[in-house]
Design a protein around this ligand. Structure first.
Ligand code: M6R
Length: 609
């Protein structure tokens, strides 16, 4: 995915676009560019590599001017290079386009335009938009963009400027996010509210099939069919600092530390003060529907998939509904059986992940009702679902998902408890204990963050080892999978997650002094078995870090180093266990000097299949 920005107003447009891009860099960071119009002339700069390289160029050679658009890229069509970077220009260089999305019929359009004499410079799909608009331009850039949209297939958020009409930005959206920031005597265009939050707290959220003409003093909204529309501004509910690193070295560190607050926001109003009921109206399900459920299919990618595995466990255990959890990219191939009264639950921080979106559509097409557990308000996955429970974590910018993960589990646990209440499938005493434990999560998170120095010591001891195993069982097998994913994606240390019960069927052959094992052995159903597995590893000279409960002295002889977590019901433990494992991954990566917020080859949101 990529990020786009635009600015028109009295200030230096390039600088404002650059600041906006800095807040969108999580969307892509292999190259970036800005186009400025000043005194009726277009000026473009593009650089390969991190955004700061573009920033250094702008500092050395400023590009003054009141109108600009900018782009930060994560390559899909064409490798990262200056030529493939946006903005892309028309043949005469008078029209510039930035684009997030994919133009599916670009090859066909490119052939047509080439036959008509247009010369392409890049290998990107986006460049066809610039040439198409140039071909269709007849004195009105807005009309030319609308006509281009008529023939483009795919997904796009675009911003277009032209030397011919240097008083406006034209923007449009289909299936890629777009907001118009509302200023005073100045206005903004961006992929995401985070990019404009420093400047304004009011935006128009542009919907699919809508377009805008943005000038200094006015914003006109339309359907892409050309008919004018009106909508209310959306007031961004979080402060400007939420999209900045503040005192933290990395966004990931900041977001790990935001978890107590994010959990409080997620729980607010959803569990009664007396802990006697879960209230989730936005699920949009009647008690009859919940009672009638025959099957639940959860689906997601990456970290959100791990949260889904916890959700599956909870729903089956408490609500006694057969539950499955699929990797979204695999769901279609599996062709799952959808019974009458099957509920789909899709989980996504961004609400934009293409594989998850396609899985959602597949479930709906097969007749399932679908509920989304999403962070990003108004995202496409939220809109296309029949019900949505927002996790309320605020903007998550670090590529490694942290606070969204614990928010997703918290939400899925509330859904499972709610289903059990309605279906009367678990004793009220157990449900009450779970509700209380969920309400206690924010305070437990505060305590776990206070213990960060203990995790730093572990990172200092183990950072040089290149291989690790993460073991769990039952509801904490997903915790092991998530711990391993965190470590590998930001530190590039090889980390494998297994059910501890599987060790003797093969992976135990890997065990040696150079491979450390993180074993999750909190009190609960699988505790004794985990202790046995830890003994087997230590008997083969493998060092063991045990994630164990405060006060469990007996287990200490079976581990080399403990990570202590406060006790809680086993079913809630994946939430608290996540924090020290996030911190362990973070500090190992930090000591190794890795680029934690922007790990190699990754983008925060994957909007391609
Ligand atoms: O935005 P989503 O939750 O749909 O994203 C899903 C995954 O791409 C995401 O969780 C990814 O695995 C993260 N990099 C993990 O830290």
């Amino acid at each position: 995915m990529c990020g786009i920005v635009g600015y028109i107003g009295p200030r230096e447009a390039a600088g404002i676009c650059y600041e906006g891009l800095r807040r969108l860099e999580y969307r892509g960071y292999d190259s970036a560019g800005i186009a400025v119009i000043r005194d009726g002339r277009m000026d473009v700069v593009k650089r390969v590599g991190k955004l700061r390289i573009l920033g250094e160029t702008l500092a050395a050679e400023p590009m003054p001017g009141p109108l600009a658009i900018g782009h930060t890229r994560w390559a899909t069509h064409g490798k990262p290079s200056e030529t493939n970077s946006h903005p892309h220009l028309s043949c005469d260089g008078k029209i510039a386009v930035v684009h997030n999305g994919i133009i599916e019929n670009y090859a066909e359009l490119r052939d047509q335009l080439t036959a008509e004499g247009h010369e392409f410079k890049s290998q990107t799909d986006t460049e066809v938009i610039a040439h198409l608009v140039e071909k269709l331009y007849d004195g009105d850039i807005f009309q030319a963009v609308l006509k281009a949209i008529e023939v483009m297939r795919g997904a796009y958020a675009i911003a277009v400027i032209t030397e011919h009409e240097p008083d406006k930005i034209v923007a449009a959206r289909l299936r890629s996010p777009l907001v118009i920031g509302i200023g005073e005597g100045e206005n903004y265009v961006a992929s995401d509210m985070a990019a404009v939050r420093q400047e304004t707290d009011k935006v128009y959220v542009i919907d699919d099939g809508e377009a805008a003409i943005v000038t200094r003093d006015d914003i006109k909204l339309f359907k892409v069919t050309g008919e004018p529309i009106a909508k209310d501004p959306y007031v961004i509910p979080w402060p400007a600092e939420a999209a900045a690193k503040g005192e933290h070295k990395h966004f990931m560190h900041k977001e790990i530390h935001e978890q107590p607050e994010a959990m409080r926001a997620c729980l607010a109003g959803r569990i009664t003060e007396a802990a006697d009921r879960v209230i989730l109206e936005s699920l949009n399900m009647t008690p009859e529907e919940i009672r009638g459920l025959k099957k639940v299919i959860l689906t997601a990618c990456g970290t959100a998939y791990h949260a889904g595995l916890v959700g599956r466990f909870m729903i089956e255990k408490l609500a006694r509904i057969p539950a499955e959890c699929d990797l979204a990219a695999e769901l279609q191939a599996r062709d799952p059986v959808i019974l009458d009264n099957t509920l789909g639950i899709v989980i996504s921080q961004s609400g934009e992940t293409m594989d998850t979106l396609l899985a959602l559509r597949e479930l709906k097409a097969k007749g399932a009702k679908v509920v989304a557990v999403v962070n990003r308000v108004d995202s496409v996955i939220a809109r296309e679902s029949d019900g949505v429970v927002y996790i309320q974590a605020g903007p998550e910018i670090g590529v490694a998902s942290t606070k969204a993960y614990t928010g997703q589990i918290l939400t899925l646990e509330m859904i499972a408890v709610h289903f059990a209440e309605v279906r009367q499938t678990a004793p009220e005493a157990e449900l009450k204990a779970l509700r209380r434990a969920l309400l206690a999560c924010p305070d437990q998170a505060v305590e776990l963050l206070r213990r960060e120095p203990d995790v730093v010591k572990l990172a200092e001891k183990y950072w040089q080892l290149h291989n690790s195993l993460y073991l769990g069982r039952g509801i904490n097998l997903p915790s092991a999978m998530e711990g391993a994913l965190k470590l590998k994606e930001i530190s590039y240390v090889h980390a494998e997650a297994y059910s501890a019960g599987e060790m003797k069927h093969g992976p135990i052959a890997l065990v040696c002094p150079d491979l450390y094992t993180v074993a999750i052995a909190v009190q609960g159903q699988v505790y004794e078995q985990m202790v046995g597995n830890m003994q087997e590893i230590r008997a083969r000279s493998g060092p063991v870090i045990g994630v164990v409960n405060d006060g469990d002295e007996a287990i200490r002889e079976h581990l080399d180093d403990p990570i202590l977590v406060p006790p809680c019901p086993e079913l809630v433990s994946p939430i608290t266990i996540a924090l020290p494992l996030q911190l362990l991954a973070y500090h190992i990566a930090d000591i190794r000097g890795e680029d934690i917020d922007q790990p190699r080859n990754l983008a925060k949101t994957v909007t391609v299949e």
